[in-house]
Every structure is written in structure tokens, then in C-alpha cells.
Ligand binder design. Sequence first.
Ligand SMILES: [Zn+2]
Length: 105
Amino acid sequence: MEDKELQNLILENLGGTVKLRPLAGFEMDFSANAGFRKVFFASSCDCGVAALLSVEIDESKTDSDIGNALPSLVERLERQEKAFRNMDCSMHEMMNRGRVTDTDS
Ligand SMILES: [Zn+2]
């Protein structure tokens, strides 16, 4: 299964209120896990900040394995999306500046 097909499959199974858009794969490997492939999605807030969400799947999985794993992949993305949306926009703004903490004085 191609990444694109997998993304579409995930998108079709997301809950109705969850809005994600598929992102093309990155050449750069963000994942420290060899043997896993990652698919990426973006979620954006009304304030204009977007979050990069991803799930990873064992590369050795067959299409039917992926089908079986789909509910948990979808759930993981929905959780990430929810966490992003539950943050308030001042947090989003900080993420946008690449600063996750505000502890420095
Ligand atoms: Zn926001």
C-alpha cells in the first residue's frame, strides 16, 4: 500500500469533527525507528497555526495487517488532533515561534 492510499484510508475513517489534511512524506527522517514508515497529517487552528501529526507503521505490515491496525491508527491521530485543538491559541502561537516552554526569564 502506498502512503497516499494509507492516508486516504485514514482520512475516510476519521470522526466527523476531525479535520486533517494529508501531507506528503518528508525526505528527512524524523523517526528514530528504522523499519517503520510514517505518514503525516496537518491540523490547523483558526488562528493560523498548524500542527504536524503523524502515525507510524511497521514496514513489514501487509495491507490486511494495516487494515486491522487502522482503528488504532485513526484513534492515535484523533487524540493528537484533539490535544492540539484543546490548547488555547496563546499556546499555538508559542508553538509557531518554535517555543514550547515559557520558563526562560
Ligand atoms: Zn489557535
